[in-house]
Design a protein around this ligand. Structure first.
Ligand code: S3P
Length: 477
């Protein structure tokens, strides 16, 4: 873990030393090729030997979505915000670094603690360089909303994967609010944001169920004149709404519609961030498929907009019990006990897809080890995550001898007995961790390439997994 923490700021600082022109004069800006930046990075492969058990108590790191939002709202609040349980992964550190670059004094992170001297909604300063978001879609999309209404210009950029991801889903509604944002011709980052302090509220229905787009518009709405309303086609994670309320901001919420008025204030707040259910999910799947497992995942966030993975695994026959259910910092939390169970394939209900959107790499591994066929449809969003998670997972499963057929919006998987093999994770953290868990049922060694990005969401994954019974090593190349 210490190794990771030393490595991260270096990687982010290097990225900040890009050529940068004067932002205040023009939005015609350029930054150097992100691919150059990637070429010199250390990479890491996982070597995972067959093992049969997961056991003991595991505390996964802090929730990534909540950690991002805590930095953002803490920075914009009046007063001092104290955060515990902050995720010290590269994605959230990119968000933290961006606010430092905009003049916010932030202490930490130190053992999960962060102290933010809030500057108020109108206290951010113009950054001197492009803000580098690394691999983090959440940082980029939420910050795009927040920066659209500032008095200064800014540029958001990321690594090669992030700079390929679709950004029109945020820039289009933001431009309807009056924002001036230039994307690449492909509708991607770098995003050149002019800053317009006279945004107007809108009433917007999301074409795709996306918490990032919803949150982007709500953050822009803080700066807009009048009312901003967002209606979603299906429920997505509601951490932004919960946290705005905890910071004292008024919201109107009815079913899948949320509205706020611009011009309010945020009041600093002390919050404790639970463990990330998306990280715990790897251990839920691992313990379910391992022949002999009994594990307790401690202090996990079980917000109902995130628990699709539990519902799906239970429908497949998993033995999962929620213990000690409680509330912490405006979010429901529980300890989760998972024991080995014979899984069977299912047709995954469409309404669960947005509630488990980040857990499909792990769920595909569960399906590969289940009896019968699992069918996923309505999940085309998986194609525009950190990698094309439908194609990359199907390729990896086929390498392990599993019949996996990708479709435009999902996958058909016939469960079987995975072999060993070499998996290309394509730099996608969740794909690397999902295939590591497959070793609990594999008949040979699984070698997973390009795993450095596991540090974006789960620093210390290898050590934690090894402590729980996985035979895993990380090898730098
Ligand atoms: C996130 C929302 C989801 C999720 C991502 C985190 C968030 O993305 O995949 O990892 O924190 O709002 P979409 O909103 O694009 O589905």
């Amino acid at each position: 873990m210490t190794r990771t923490m030393r490595f991260v700021p270096h990687r982010i600082l290097r990225a900040c030393s890009l050529p940068y022109r004067n932002l205040s004069s023009s939005v015609k800006l350029s930054v150097s090729s992100p691919s150059r930046r990637n070429s010199s990075m250390t990479t890491s492969n996982f070597i995972v030997s067959p093992s049969a058990t997961l056991h003991g108590h595991v505390r996964a790191p802090g929730d990534k979505s909540i950690s991002h939002r805590a930095i953002m709202l803490g920075a914009l609040a009046d007063g001092v915000t104290r955060i515990g349980g902050f995720l010290e992964g590269e994605d959230c550190l990119a968000t933290l670094q961006a606010f430092r670059a905009m003049g916010v004094a932030i202490e930490g992170p130190q053992d999960g603690s962060v102290i933010i001297q809030g500057v108020g909604l109108h206290g951010l300063q113009a950054p001197h360089e492009p803000l580098y978001m690394g691999n983090s879609g959440t940082s980029m999309r939420l910050l795009a909303g927040l920066l659209a209404g500032q008095t200064f210009a800014s540029v958001l950029t990321g690594d090669a994967s992030l700079n390929r991801r679709p950004m029109r889903r945020v820039t289009e509604p933001l431009s309807r609010m009056g924002a001036h944002i230039v994307t690449t011709p492909a509708g991607a980052a770098p995003l050149q944001i002019q800053g317009n302090p006279a945004l107007q509220g809108i009433d917007y229905t999301l074409p795709v169920a996306s918490a990032q787009v919803k949150s982007c518009l709500l953050l822009a709405g803080l700066y807009a004149q009048g009312r901003t309303c967002v209606t979603e086609p299906a429920s997505t994670r509601d951490h932004t709404e919960r946290m705005l309320i905890s910071f004292g901001y008024s919201l109107e919420q009815r079913e899948r519609r949320v509205c706020l008025h611009g011009g309010g204030r945020l009041q600093a707040y002390a919050l404790e961030i639970p463990a990330d259910i998306s990280s715990a999910a790897f251990f839920m799947v691992g313990a379910s498929i391992a022949p002999k497992a009994d594990i307790v995942l401690e202090n996990v966030g079980v917000n109902p907009t995130r628990t699709g993975v539990i519902t799906i695994l239970r429908q497949m026959g998993a033995d999962i019990t929620l213990l000690n259910q409680r509330q912490a910092g405006g979010e429901p939390v529980a300890d989760i006990r998972v024991r080995s169970a014979p899984l069977h394939g299912i047709r995954i209900p469409a309404e669960l897809v947005p509630l488990a959107i980040d857990e499909f790499p792990a769920l595909f591994i569960a399906a590969a080890c289940a009896g019968g066929e699992t069918v996923l449809t309505g999940a085309e969003e998986l194609r525009v995550k950190e990698s094309d998670r439908i194609q990359v997972m199907a390729d990896g499963l086929q390498t392990l001898g599993i019949a996996a057929r990708p479709t435009p919006d999902g996958m058909l998987i016939s469960g079987g007995a995975p072999t060993g093999g070499v998996i290309a994770s394509q730099g996608d953290h969740r794909i690397a961790m999902a295939f590591a868990m497959a070793a609990l049922r594999a008949q040979g060694i699984i070698r997973i390439q390009d795993c450095a990005n596991v540090n974006t969401s789960f620093p210390g994954f290898v050590e934690l997994a090894r402590g729980a019974g996985l035979t895993i090593d990380a090898v730098s190349t």
